[in-house]
Design a binder for this molecule. Structure first.
Ligand code: ARG
Length: 560
């Protein structure tokens, strides 16, 4: 029920559109001022009357009904109270019937969305710089699916480039099959860092690396076997993390997948007269659009990151016929996306307008920015291990008899990492701090998970709600109801703004409202009707918090 629109329709003020009136209506800071209020000074100019008079006239003309139980003029404000019991009954009934589908929608039915996210680079360790794209992308997949869209989650692997030639050289010089198989990505990182140190002194290494990369491209057996090995080692480690974070993909078509799909793109660009030669390189000139040129081919004929992205976009359109194609990538790459979206537009692709760069902020360390080459990174696996360990310690301290401690610690530890990364508006830069992810106090995931466990323990002690006839609600009961009612809209706006943090913030707000209710209202010793009503609230909160966390990829626990 959208009360603002409903009130606006009922007020029906001459000369002001209903949308406008609805946009003037506010939720007052305290509940004793009503549930909604129209500040009439906003109408004074249009209606050429003092606000106090406007409010009085409107109040006299307003007729209350089953939805709005009170309308009063107070100092130029028109205050409304909604029929709380009617609203609460309908909402609780809806939540308890819909269960894990509460908040879902069909608005996306028949539409397809491609989401390019995580897109890790082969042979590089999974550090916290990849956390945002991974969890934002994964949450968006789940949110859009919940709204009925068909979602294709794509991991556009960084599996192409001279760095693989470098790795082969480094591998041959300073490592072995045994070492690589035993130590995995750590070993690959070690030799990659070493390569850069050595190449500074001996630039001939770079030529060797280029030659090996060419061998990979030309199908040389040994080089390709090594490359496949590096890839397998990377994927094994990365998949372990994906599993912990509840992240899945529908496609792992990475950059090298487009090797044979770029020539047709280059041909098309030529046919459409979009290619210019510049120092032997093929470029699309974007000066007219105030951007540097988009590089398509280097002077030696090799392709670039943008070439592969253009080929990938065309492939995705042909394969999935998407309505939108999202790229969850740090704002560092803003220019890249603007450039290649523009090239698609110049190629005459009408769907170029459906390409969206979902940019997010950068993660840095207190000691400065991260760098794989310098080995200055914080590994995601270490972070997750530490949060799980901390969760386990807290459980040992507070609730040592808890069954299944390991599993609970895993859910709480990984939840803290995901929730922490989805807490703020995505475009904000983050300075990573262990203290912050390891803090389980305040507005954190453990707080929300604890609230779910609390609901659960109330329900298992007092039983599931049976029927009740509506009771007179106190403000903290109604505050929970009012939060519960917001969930479907929150999910939709999170999708519309590509902002999973709306769901994260919402989970905190709902948990806070519930915990206040729990302090203010007795459940066990209340009258039979009040008890059942409060149990219904408890069950609805458990359901809704679980749905919210599930959309973020976070598990709930029955006990904590
Ligand atoms: N692998 C790239 C990186 O780590 C991100 C790729 C994003 N996706 C894309 N289609 N360009 O920077």
């Amino acid at each position: 029920m959208d009360y603002k629109s409903y009130i606006a329709t009922k007020l029906n003020i001459n000369g002001v559109s209903q949308e406008e009136i609805a946009s003037f209506i506010e939720v007052p800071p305290t509940a004793d001022m009503g549930d909604y209020a129209l500040p009439c000074f906003k109408l004074a100019k249009i209606m050429r009357m003092p606000p106090v008079k406007i409010a009085q006239d409107l109040a006299t003309a307003f007729s209350c009904d089953e939805y709005i139980s009170e309308c009063q003029a107070v100092n130029g404000y028109l205050n409304f109270k909604v029929n709380r019991t009617g609203f609460a009954d309908a909402l609780l009934n809806k939540i308890l019937t819909e269960g894990d589908r509460f908040g879902a929608d069909t608005i996306g039915n028949g539409k397809t969305i491609c989401i390019d996210y995580s897109s890790v680079n082969i042979a590089k360790q999974f550090h916290i710089g990849h956390l945002s794209t991974t969890v934002i992308g994964s949450a968006l997949c789940k949110i859009f699916r919940f709204l009925g869209y068909k979602v294709v989650g794509i991991n556009h692997l960084g599996d192409y480039g001279t760095q693989f030639g470098k790795l082969i050289v480094a591998f041959k010089k300073w490592s072995s099959l045994e070492e690589v198989k035993e130590k995995g990505l750590k070993e690959l990182s070690r030799i990659y860092v070493k390569f850069h140190d050595e190449a500074e002194k001996n630039p001939a290494l770079d030529d060797e690396a280029r030659a090996y990369f060419k061998k990979i491209e030309d199908g040389d057996k040994e080089s390709n076997e090594l490359f496949e090995l590096f890839k397998a080692i990377t994927m094994k480690e990365v998949e372990k993390i994906y599993k912990l974070l509840n992240v899945t993909f529908d496609s792992y078509a990475g950059e090298s997948f487009y090797n044979d799909k770029m020539q047709p793109i280059v041909d098309e660009l030529n046919e459409k007269n979009l290619i210019k030669l510049s120092d032997g390189a093929s470029i699309v000139d974007l000066e007219e659009y105030n951007m540097p040129p988009c590089l398509i081919l280097k002077s030696d004929g090799s392709t670039l990151y943008a070439t592969r992205d253009i080929a990938a976009a065309v492939y995705r359109k042909n394969t999935y016929d998407f309505d939108k194609c999202l790229y969850v990538v740090a704002y560092q790459q803003n220019l890249h996306f603007k450039q290649f979206f523009k090239v698609l537009e110049l190629m005459g692709k009408p769907w170029a307008k459906d390409m969206v760069h979902v940019a997010y902020g950068m993660v840095s360390l207190e000691s400065g920015s991260m760098s794989t080459r310098k080995g200055q990174v914080v590994l995601l696996e270490d972070v997750i291990d530490k949060t799980i360990e901390k969760a386990y310690k807290v459980i040992e301290e507070k609730n040592p008899a808890l069954p299944d401690k390991e599993n609970i610690a895993r859910a709480v530890g990984t939840g803290a990492v995901i929730f922490g990364a989805l807490c703020n508006n995505k475009i904000k830069d983050i300075v990573f701090s262990y203290d912050r992810v390891l803090s389980f106090e305040g507005e954190t995931c453990p707080y929300v998970q604890y609230t779910v466990a609390r609901c659960n323990s109330i329900l298992s002690k007092l039983g599931n709600p049976s029927s009740y006839s509506s009771v007179q609600m106190c403000d903290s009961e109604y505050a929970v109801i009012s939060e519960l009612g917001k969930f479907p809209e929150i999910v939709k706006s999170a999708a519309e703004k590509y902002e999973p943090s709306f769901v994260t913030r919402y989970a905190i707000d709902l948990a806070t409202a519930f915990n206040k209710f729990y302090i203010d209202c007795k459940i066990a010793s209340a009258s039979e009707d009040a008890k059942n009503f409060r149990l219904a609230i408890t069950k609805a909160v458990k359901t809704t918090l679980t749905n919210a966390l599930t959309l973020l990829g976070i598990e709930t626990v029955e006990q904590m």
